[in-house]
Structures are given as structure tokens and as C-alpha cells.
Design a binder for this molecule. Structure first.
Ligand code: FE
Ligand code: FE
Ligand code: ZN
Length: 277
């Protein structure tokens, strides 16, 4: 069974997202914990969550993926921005405990000229101060395209962050196909080699989720512009190979393509059609 969904708007609550997912034949989804540009999160609606958990169980939903706001930057030069990252992640994780055993993805950050080593150090510091041994949420570091001073576009950087984290069983990686392609990993012509490299540098045990996106730009462009599945430089066949790859096929896949619900529905249909049973 292919576990696939897309990014949905959290504004109407979890039941609404669950029903939207069912409408497009998805069996999971991703959502922002709050406005992607930051700001305050909505209050927890325990009744909505309880109803959603029943719906998710009845329909065999896979693990959900929460996404932190883009403004979260634990390796900013500015102390107030770093504090905001700590406070936001702490609050998000507290809220995620209402939805146990799901995952929380974040962009590791941009070091804004401080240098990659300080970036890695500050990201690790935040994780060690926030991760609790008893938490039920796995935190995922997203692989980045290497735009600007982004940390996490090389597998070595992700690996260095994980190395510094104390509770390693609470941490994982979300591989974004658009980002790794834009970072220079050739998943179009050499998927096996990229997966082997991931395994030797980070370890495939840490790979918990895939963001399935096509890219508007060529390999190693460091741009991070998502494209609809099959309409970009990665192409439909290469993305079909990703969902069918023996080391990846059991993972949950989340679409973040520029689409409305109808477009996502069509992409999910096309991908389910080529998923080998
Ligand atoms: Fe992301
Ligand atoms: Fe992504
Ligand atoms: Zn992106």
C-alpha cells in the first residue's frame, strides 16, 4: 500500500483535513503547525482531534507530518530570532503530543554568514534543549536545496547535526526530492547512488519521510522552486522510481507541489497507478 498525501491547510481543523485527504484518495497529509510565516498557533481543539483520530484509524491513515513555520531559524545571527525558533518548536512539540506518534519536520536553518559549523552547533543546541526523552513525536530535519546560507543541503551537514543530538531515537530525516535535486544529488540518472550515499553518510534508518516534488530548475541549481509532478526537471519517471525504490517504497510520501485539491488528486491517482504492488 502506497502511503501518500499532500500538504493541506490546517485552518479548518483536523477532521476537515482528514475528510479532504479521503476525497483525493490520500491516506496521510502534511500541515503547518501555524501560519507558515510564524505567528500564533490556534488553540488545541480536543474534540476535533478525537474525532479525527477515529477517522484516521478507520481509514488506515499513515503517519502525519507537521511542518514548522519557515521563519523558524535556530542559527540566525540575531538572538531574538533564535529564541523565537526555540519557543516555537517547544510550543509545537507540546501541541503535537495531542496527536501521538506522528512527525514534525523543520528546515534546519540558515547560518546567515556565521559559517556552517556555527550553524550546525546552534541547531544541535536547540534540539538538545527541547527534545524530551518521553516525547511521542519524531523530529525530522529536512534536506535543503542550498539556497543562500541554508544548512542541510549536504548529507554530511545533516549527519553532523544528528551526531550532536543526545536522544537520537527522537530524530529523523525528511528527504525532499526537489531540494536534493537542486542541491546537486542526481536522483534522475543515479537514484541508487544517491540512496547509497545517504545510507553511508547519514544511515537509511534515519530516513522517515519523503517530500515528493518535481523541480522547476536543473540539478545543482540551489533554487528550491517546486513544480507539479512530471512537469519539471526531475520528471514523472524519476519520481515513479523514487516511490518504487526498494529502500524507500514503505515510507510516507507528501506532495508539496503547486496545486489545488483537484491537482493533488490527479497526482495521487497517477502515482498510485505506477506503484508496484
Ligand atoms: Fe519544507
Ligand atoms: Fe519540502
Ligand atoms: Zn522547498
Amino acid at each position: 500500500m502506497l502511503t501518500i498525501g499532500c500538504h493541506l491547510s490546517v485552518s479548518k481543523g483536523f477532521c476537515a483535513m482528514g475528510k479532504e485527504a479521503l476525497k483525493i484518495d490520500a491516506n496521510t497529509f502534511q500541515f503547518f503547525t501555524r501560519n507558515p510565516r510564524g505567528s500564533k498557533a490556534k488553540d488545541i481543539d480536543e474534540k476535533d482531534i478525537a474525532e479525527f483520530l477515529i477517522l484516521a484509524k478507520q481509514n488506515n491513515f499513515g503517519v502525519l507530518l507537521a511542518h514548522a513555520p519557515y521563519t523558524l531559524n535556530p542559527c540566525s545571527k540575531d538572538q531574538r530570532t533564535r529564541e523565537f525558533a526555540w519557543e516555537t518548536m517547544e510550543d509545537d512539540l507540546r501541541r503535537m503530543e495531542y496527536l501521538p506518534d506522528n512527525m514534525y519536520n523543520f528546515h534546519p536553518g540558515s547560518h546567515v554568514g556565521q559559517g556552517i559549523d556555527i550553524g550546525i552547533e546552534q541547531i544541535t543546541q536547540m534540539l538538545n534543549s527541547i527534545i524530551k526523552s518521553q516525547q511521542k513525536t519524531t523530529i525530522l530535519l529536512e534536506t535543503m536545496s542550498g539556497k543562500g546560507t541554508e544548512v542541510g543541503s549536504r548529507f554530511e551537514e545533516i549527519s553532523a547535526i544528528i551526531d550532536g543530538v543526545k536522544f537520537k531515537e527522537k530524530i529523523g530525516v525528511c528527504l525532499d526530492t526537489c531540494h536534493v535535486h537542486d542541491a546537486g544529488y542526481d536522483i534522475v540518472n543515479n537514484l541508487d547512488k544517491v540512496i547509497e550515499e545517504f545510507d553511508s553518510v547519514i544511515g537509511l534508518d534515519y530516513l522517515k519521510a519523503i517530500h515528493l516534488n518535481d523541480s522547476m530548475n536543473i540539478c545543482q541549481s540551489h533554487k528550491d522552486r517546486h513544480q507539479k509532478i512530471g512537469m519539471g526537471e526531475i520528471g514523472f519517471n524519476a519520481l515513479a522510481a523514487v516511490i518504487n525504490h526498494p529502500r524507500l517504497r514503505k515510507l510516507p510520501f507528501y506532495l508539496e507541489t503547486p496545486n489545488e485539491l483537484e491537482g493533488y488528486k490527479e497526482e495521487i491517482r497517477a502515482l498510485r497507478e505506477v506503484y508496484c504492488l
